[in-house]
Design a protein around this ligand. Structure first.
Ligand SMILES: O=C(CO)COP(=O)(O)O
Length: 252
């Protein structure tokens, strides 16, 4: 059975005090209110990972980073490596978020290297994919997203792929309030699972968690997560308010 996962991507938000208050609230609420088998991953700014590790314990809560470098160490000023993340107890790492692709020029080939180094260091990549609004309106958007998987993941063995989580995040839905309809999400998730099955076999495809991201919130999460191929979410804005985030978690 594939895992249900709800990950909160805080992006570049919250000062240290604000972050501590939020993570404490989330931990308390998850402990008190979440009985379903869902893994809650908190992905704060890297600066807070070490401090947050002691809060995110037990089998329901996990710590995630928002990025890592593709090399293990070296002269890369300002960067953070997968071995460093592992050494402070990080379990998941978001890779290939559309904001990193857009603002930092990350390519599918570079992301293939990031996926490799994450897996070599025992981190679970949350590999992001998704099309722009223009692509959705005029192009072969399913082919485009499938190709993101092909170029960054299809060099892996089936065994390695079993340790990867996918997040479908249509760019037009991120931070815009324009959520994909549950049918649009389901259609893409189904297509991606088929694509995975073609390369890695049915068992791996069926066991891969495919999360939805893009204006998912307390109001629409139930409907989105109710789709057969939607296994949870990667949540931006709604992860910054504990009560909203918990409502999303409970919908998984
Ligand atoms: O980019 C996202 C999560 O990684 C989604 O962000 P929003 O939930 O704010 O649209």
């Amino acid at each position: 059975m594939r895992k249900k996962i709800v990950a909160g991507n805080w992006k570049m938000n919250k000062t240290a005090d604000e972050g501590l208050a939020l993570v404490s609230e989330v931990v308390n609420m998850v402990s008190a209110e979440v009985t379903a088998p869902v893994t809650v991953v908190v992905c704060p700014p890297a600066l807070y990972l070490t401090t947050f590790k002691s809060y995110l314990t037990g089998d329901k809560l996990a710590l995630g980073a928002q990025n890592c470098h593709e090399k293990a160490a070296g002269a890369y000023t300002g960067e953070i490596s997968a071995p460093m993340l592992k050494s402070v107890g990080v379990q998941y790492v978001i890779l290939g978020h559309s904001e990193r692709r857009q603002y930092f020029g990350e390519t599918n080939a570079q992301l293939a290297e990031k996926v490799n180094i994450a897996l070599e260091n025992g981190l679970i990549p949350i590999f992001c994919c998704g099309e722009s609004r223009e692509m959705r309106e005029t192009g072969d958007y399913v082919g485009f997203v499938k190709n993101q998987l092909t170029e960054s993941l299809f060099h892996l063995s089936a065994e390695q792929m079993a340790n990867v989580v996918i997040a479908y995040e249509p760019i037009w839905a991120i931070g815009t309030g324009l959520t994909a309809s549950s049918a649009q999400a389901q259609d893409m998730h189904f297509a991606l699972r088929q694509h995975l099955a073609g390369q890695f076999g049915d068992e791996v495809a069926q066991n891969t968690s495919i999360l939805y991201g893009g204006s998912a919130n307390a109001q629409n999460a139930q409907e989105l997560f109710g789709q057969p191929d939607v296994d949870g979410g990667l949540i931006g804005g709604a992860s910054l308010k504990s009560r909203d985030f918990l409502t999303v978690v409970k919908a998984a």
